[in-house]
Unconditional design. Structure first.
Length: 276
């Protein structure tokens, strides 16, 4: 299941000031300043992360009862810890709030109109996410637990084929030069990287284009492009973060919040646990 649509930023004054065809570079510079930068082989380009993560780190961890090992605790990426610029950007009434609300509404519309079992399940999870996942781990109080900006404005690039296995749902917004050469988003029918299947769909790049779907189920990427700048804003709801709160509630995470999001070694425990 897949939906393609477009946002007309000129219809929204506050978004137009940052995301119009002549001003989108302003938004990109803000993303660079406010996001936690990382690079992966999967996308071969620099990325700027906002929201929550549960990726491997030394800390914070949590310890269950008499278990012999600690487990990774969800946390805001460094740039989005309360007080940092990324947190202020994603928790203020601003152009990004308007963009996030617009994309969230489009995603809900996508899920509501599809009668499949998966869409019904994911729609239910979006409601639960807003109820049980703390707002400091969500983008602009939406059900998206992460926002990933991919691009470097170097005049060209490519995003290799991949699947987003940890995402329940993805909504990708494209911004950049409409006159770039190449850069189509391509989708394949195969379920494994070793067997791509056939090319099912190719979506030409367009400033303001929104693509919504289950990117954990479909192999996708962006063809090589030249002669222009582009980036994508990937709004997603992460499985592992949501699963943590579905299983444990805020029992362990609240200890981390109440401690002030410490950067040093931190382990949340059961109240009766003194083994760590």
């Amino acid at each position: 299941m897949f939906m393609k649509t477009k946002i007309s930023f000129h219809d929204h004054c506050i978004m137009s000031n940052f995301l119009s065809k002549t001003r989108y570079h302003i938004a990109f510079e803000i993303f660079k300043k406010g996001g936690s930068k990382m690079e992966t082989n999967k996308r071969m380009m620099q990325m700027f992360l906002f929201g929550g993560t549960i990726g491997w780190s030394r800390t914070p961890m949590f310890h269950i009862g008499r278990s012999e090992k600690n487990h990774m605790l969800p946390r805001p990426v460094v740039s989005c810890r309360p007080g940092n610029y990324g947190y202020l950007l994603t928790h203020s009434d601003n152009w990004l709030q308007k963009l996030t609300n617009t994309v969230q509404d489009l995603t809900i519309d996508f899920l509501t109109k599809d009668d499949s079992k998966k869409s019904k399940e994911v729609l239910d999870l979006t409601r639960k996410c807003k109820q049980i996942v703390p707002s400091c781990l969500r983008i602009c109080n939406s059900f998206f637990t992460a926002m990933i900006v991919v691009g470097d404005f170097s005049g060209g690039g490519q995003i290799p084929l991949h699947k987003d296995n940890d995402d329940h749902i993805n909504a990708i917004v494209s911004i950049g030069d409409n006159n770039i050469k190449g850069g189509r988003t391509i989708y394949y029918s195969g379920v494994k990287m070793k067997d791509l299947g056939k090319k099912e769909r190719a979506v030409h790049f367009e400033h303001g284009r929104v693509q919504i779907g289950y990117f954990d189920d479909i192999i996708h990427g962006a063809e090589k492009w030249t002669d222009g700048n582009r980036c994508i804003i990937n709004f997603c709801m992460k499985k592992k973060i949501l699963n943590h709160f579905l299983q444990f509630g805020d029992k362990y995470y609240s200890q981390f919040m109440n401690a002030g999001y410490p950067r040093g070694l931190f382990v949340s425990k059961d109240s009766e646990d003194t083994s760590v």
